[in-house]
Design a protein around this ligand. Structure first.
Ligand SMILES: Nc1ncnc2c1ncn2[C@@H]1O[C@H](COP(=O)(O)OP(=O)(O)OP(=O)(O)O)[C@@H](O)[C@H]1O
Length: 257
């Protein structure tokens, strides 16, 4: 179980969402989601496949538009931003995708430099090297700097993906299935990294996962998405104390089968 995180600031909501709805054709995916993320917090979103977890974080990252609802991210009302303002806000949000999305033809250094060179055009060579070294060291992979992604393990690629997300110093981190496809030991290392990132970079994070070991070790708070709404919220133990059969089935699948 995760220790109480002293860095959470309950007076500072970095994300605040009310009554968010999103449908695709006649399929209602999100049916009135309310969510708060506090500064310094790791919030885990649990839910079965297809319940809309990825849709939710894509809306938060401005990659998809909600049909209705109030969405405030880092003090900005997402419904009222110009495209330039949205681009600026996106730079403060790190999105760690399920498949790490590294460029296969670039070295690790080039992969890490890419977002920096594209978004901060007046950085000196020395400054770029300094920032690359900081994030590589944070994910404990400094020695891979000149390697190609194909030479790394799945877990290492995942760590480099997280390093690349950190390079623009995001205030919010969104992790989509950070341990998917990894063995249990590598998954534990990723969980430690997520907690390490929170402490070292003072980020606030939403972590989407089916992996309850991940949820238990990184989540300061857990919410469960069921039928398009958050229905249970609290510590890991509180959420799984709920008598709901759907919650119980989720737990049993992870720990029994
Ligand atoms: N761009 C889209 N167009 C149409 N339907 C979509 C689109 N994006 C998502 N959906 C649908 O919305 C539903 C929720 O998708 P989403 O990817 O958010 O699920 P999820 O909870 O993240 O699932 P998983 O755990 O398997 O990743 C799915 O039925 C999906 O087919």
């Amino acid at each position: 179980m995760k220790k109480i995180n002293p860095n959470i600031d309950k007076n500072n909501r970095v994300i605040s969402i009310r009554n968010l709805k999103k449908s695709f054709d006649d399929f209602d995916v999100l049916k009135g989601v309310d969510l708060d993320l506090y500064q310094g917090e790791n919030l885990v979103v649990l839910g079965r496949s297809g319940t809309g977890k990825s849709v939710l974080i894509k809306i938060i990252a401005g990659l998809l538009k909600a049909d209705s609802g109030d969405i405030n991210v880092l003090g900005s009302d997402l419904n009222n931003l110009t495209s330039v303002e949205l681009d600026q806000l996106r730079l403060k949000i790190g999105f760690s995708f399920q498949n790490s999305a590294l460029y296969d033809s670039m070295t690790i250094r080039e992969n890490l430099e890419f977002p920096l060179v594209r978004n901060q055009k007046n950085l000196s060579r020395h400054e770029i090297d300094r920032i690359v070294n900081i994030v590589l060291e944070a994910v404990e992979l400094s020695h891979t700097i000149n390697q190609m992604p194909s030479e790394l393990s799945g877990g290492q690629r995942k760590r480099i993906g997280i390093a690349r997300t950190l390079i623009l110093k995001p205030e919010i981190m969104l992790y989509d299935e950070p341990t998917a496809g990894l063995d249990p030991i590598t998954s534990i290392e990723i969980n430690k990294l997520i907690n390490g990132v929170q402490k070292r970079f003072n980020t606030s994070s939403i972590i989407i996962t089916h992996d309850l070991t991940c949820a238990r070790s990184v989540g300061d708070r857990i919410v469960m998405l069921l039928d398009g709404q958050f229905q249970y919220e609290g510590s890991f133990e509180e959420v799984f104390a709920a008598g709901d059969d759907r919650v119980k089935a989720f737990y049993d699948y992870n720990f029994i089968e």
